[in-house]
Design a protein around this ligand. Structure first.
Ligand SMILES: [Zn+2]
Length: 318
């Protein structure tokens, strides 16, 4: 590989128009070096997921002083509408049909606002040889990288990112399933290996999550030979299959997690996870129970739950 000093360029890309006539645009960073592959990286599809952009700022400081083989294209805040509202989803005032940007890929030039935003970014993905989508979960979630079963290129990117846990999604996503519009599924359909990274701690800028994000993206760049040297990995990586039960609240109320339960624990079939009760009358409304066993990779701590909301995600170790 021919590593050459990085040339950095920053530009704005216009994505759409708001009802007032104001424009929506995102900032795009391009880092070019010697000949090599192109890697696309984006953060903050969901507006409360701050450690993606925070990690990309650190990465920027390192990239501008280095030599690379290939190009890196970065959109740190891909969903400015949700970000500015400090909201997970895009407010319905902007897009009543598609509040979740991560369900509309590859977008539609004539569709709703979010579909247009996605469509006007999509060439960055199809022009790339690999794509990284940075998200964050709650503090009580195992940091992990997701890839689609059977996608061997994406699997090696996921491994090289270097989190201890990898979550493998089923390769069968029917076209009418809402998850067929996730960034990663759409990229896979377009033949671009892509991974979804779930760093820890939505809503807060957390140094450990930033460190994981920077080290992980650099590892993927090493795996693709955009950066020299080999990726550094933990000695053991645990693969979890995302076919375990999602345990949801059957009643709305206050959820109190069993005090001895933490993410990473194995939960057996029939085990209770805590209690949903009424904070007003103190009535016990539900004792959420795991139907099947699995490893708890996410647990609810933001404890007001509404019926249908996720209390825990379980996955099967492979
Ligand atoms: Zn997200």
């Amino acid at each position: 590989m021919e590593y050459e000093s990085v040339t950095h360029a920053k530009s704005d890309r216009r994505l759409g128009r708001l009802p007032s006539g104001s424009e929506v645009s995102v900032t795009l960073h391009r880092y070019d070096g010697g000949p090599g592959p192109t890697v696309y990286v984006q953060g903050a599809q969901h507006g409360i997921e701050l450690n993606g952009p925070a990690a990309l700022r650190r990465l920027h400081d390192r990239l501008v002083d280095t030599a690379i083989a290939g190009s890196i294209v970065v959109v740190p805040v891909v969903n400015p509408l949700a970000f500015d509202h400090r909201s997970y989803m895009t407010p319905a005032e902007y897009d009543v049909m598609n509040p979740n940007l991560n369900r509309v890929w590859p977008g539609d030039e004539d569709g709703s606002l979010q579909e247009r935003l996605a469509a006007r970014l999509w060439d960055l993905v199809t022009d790339a040889d690999a794509a990284i989508d940075l998200h964050t979960g709650t503090a009580d979630m195992l940091e992990h990288v997701r890839y689609q079963d059977g996608e061997t290129d994406a699997e090696s990117l996921a491994e090289s990112f270097g989190t201890e846990y990898l979550v493998v999604d089923s390769d069968e996503t029917p076209a009418d399933d809402e998850f067929s519009g996730t960034f990663r599924t759409a990229a896979a359909r377009a033949g671009i290996p892509a991974i979804t990274v779930e760093l820890a701690n939505s809503r807060t800028v957390t140094h450990s999550a930033i460190d994981t994000g920077v080290a992980g993206v650099e590892n993927v760049l090493r795996e693709l030979d955009v950066l020299p040297d080999d990726p550094t990995r933990p000695p053991d990586q645990t693969r979890l299959r995302n076919d375990g039960a999602t345990i949801t609240a059957a009643e709305s109320g206050l959820f109190e997690l069993r005090p001895d339960l933490s993410v990473g624990d194995h939960v057996s079939a029939g085990e209770t996870l805590g209690t949903v009760y009424s904070p007003s009358t103190f009535e016990r409304l539900q004792t959420p129970t795991a139907e099947d066993g699995g490893v708890a990779y996410s647990l609810a701590r933001e404890a007001v739950v509404v019926a249908g909301e996720r209390i825990a995600g379980l996955a099967t170790p492979l």
